[in-house]
Design a protein around this ligand. Structure first.
Ligand code: CTP
Length: 472
């Protein structure tokens, strides 16, 4: 006897779809992520894919006419798909296909397959699982490729020969790695080999779709799993060569440096334990990319990466542009964190002075906590003594940040004496002296010579003006 999964289909939308299909005389099924996530107990997804053995568009129209408020349908004729948004649910209808389709293709869609034809052309056996919406076997699972076994064993496997599945839509190579990371599954060896063999085909995929998968990997609990698979299959070198350039340990005259690629992945995993912020995770991924082009060996001091933070922050722009990542404040945020990524550690290695902390808060502004989070994640030393020392130092830096913040409010620094006040005090027209005085006031505050208060700043201004030979 077939086990019924009616429990997955209690939302009234499913009986409406079932009814509509019956009236049209077509069979239909829920397929893909909804079924997979239900069987994995990952909750029921709000994106629901419906496949009709017939016209998906006609079924969508029928369903819409039965729904309260007659929701609009978005029809994509070229792909033979239609979408309805209803409450918080997004329904996507498609006709069963014999041939594969993908969103980048302009080929017309052939809508004349059976359910099994359609399942054949899907990406993975775990995504080809379908639940019947037909009244005679409502809730029955249709699983021609043992997708359920793959789910239980945690295996990513393609329904057809992986070379065919991946060349139908090369983005699936990244999807395989993304699902393996999200679900903590294993990609079967044949499939992994096919990804390696077909890696060059990734170039026909749009940057937006690639980035979408990269972001999903970044948002996993342990992204290093995905990045090592991307690396192993050779995809990473094609997508993010700046990262793979960090791989390797060089040794000259017995002096080695650490492998900055594997170190970076460790930092990313570390930061994922403390933040869900996507762009902070990106900053962790990119914080050392300047180390490849700045690496030098000096006989006396060994390996150095002078200025890698600056070079790295410049590389962030190029990388974001190439991948069509946003070139807005999100990029600037990543650049800033990369640029400042060594500041707290330098600070913590020495005696933690108030003025150094004030300068850090001044330069990092609102992002100072994120910067600290990045630097704490950057501690990957396996030496427990060093580990403890760094952690303690950062704790001290954090305490000092709170302390100087309470006292001096540096984070959103506004000059306590305005340019106008300086002009009035010395009867000045706009001139360079005003800038000089303002800068001197800021410096005095950051150095802790005066508190960040109007009275003290005004007195300081009067003295500074006098020293410049200005008259009240
Ligand atoms: N699909 C496919 N090949 C692709 C993309 C999608 O075969 N390149 C099929 C799979 O059957 C997939 C379904 O279309 O399950 C829906 O795709 P999508 O909504 O992108 O993914 P989900 O599986 O729903 O998973 P997620 O929402 O996590 O991306």
């Amino acid at each position: 006897m077939q086990e019924s999964h009616e429990k997955a289909l209690t939302d009234p939308i499913f009986s409406i779809i079932s009814q509509a299909a019956e009236e049209l005389g077509v069979e239909c099924y829920v397929i893909g992520g909804f079924v997979r996530d239900y069987l994995l107990n990952r909750g029921t997804a709000k994106d629901i894919d419906i496949v009709a053995v017939g016209s998906g568009i006609a079924l969508a129209e029928k369903v819409a006419s039965k729904l309260e408020g007659n929701p609009a349908i978005s029809v994509f004729k070229n792909f033979g798909t239609a979408m309805i948004k209803h409450d918080d649910i997004e329904l996507e209808f498609v006709g069963a296909r014999k041939e594969s389709y993908h969103r980048d293709s302009r080929k017309p869609v052939v809508e004349n397959g059976t359910l099994q034809d359609d399942q054949n052309r899907r990406d993975f056996t775990i995504n080809a699982l379908a639940l019947s919406l037909n009244s005679h076997d409502f809730g029955n699972l249709l699983d021609p490729f043992d997708g359920i076994v793959a789910l239980e064993k945690g295996i990513i496997r393609t329904p057809l020969d992986p070379d065919i599945t991946y060349s139908d839509d090369p983005l699936r190579m990244m999807r395989a790695i993304r699902f393996a990371t999200q679900l903590n599954f294993v990609i079967e060896p044949k499939s992994l080999q096919a990804i390696t063999d077909n890696k060059a085909r990734i170039k026909i995929i749009s940057k937006e779709r690639i980035v979408d998968e990269l972001n999903k990997i970044m948002l996993c609990d342990v992204p290093s799993k995905g990045f090592s698979l991307l690396h192993k299959t050779g995809l990473l070198e094609l997508i993010l060569p700046e990262l793979t350039a960090l791989q390797g340990i060089e040794e000259i005259e017995g002096q080695k440096h650490k492998d900055n690629f594997w170190h970076t992945l460790e930092v990313v995993d570390n930061i994922c334990k403390t933040t869900d912020k996507l762009w902070l995770r990106w900053a962790a991924l990119l914080h050392d990319i300047g180390k490849a082009p700045t690496k030098r060996f000096h006989k006396k001091i060994g390996w150095t990466f002078h200025g890698h933070e600056f070079v790295g922050s410049k590389m962030v722009y190029k990388l974001f542009k190439r991948l069509r990542l946003p070139l807005n404040e999100k990029m600037k945020y990543v650049q800033k964190l990369v640029l400042m990524s060594s500041r707290p550690i330098v600070l913590a290695e020495e005696f933690v002075t108030d003025s150094a902390v004030r300068r850090l808060v001044f330069d990092a502004g609102e992002d100072v906590e994120d910067l600290m989070t990045l630097c704490e994640a950057d501690i990957t030393t396996k030496n427990p003594k060093k580990q403890r020392r760094y952690k303690n130092n950062f704790k001290l830096v954090r305490e000092k940040i709170t302390e100087v913040e309470e006292r001096d409010r540096i984070r959103n620094f506004q000059p306590p004496v305005s340019g106008e006040e300086i002009m009035k005090a010395f009867n000045l027209k706009p001139s360079k002296e005003i800038g000089i005085i303002k800068e001197a006031i800021k410096e005095a505050i950051l150095e802790g010579e005066i508190p960040n208060e109007h009275g003290a700043a005004r007195d300081f201004m009067l003295k500074k003006g006098a020293s410049l030979g200005l008259k009240k």
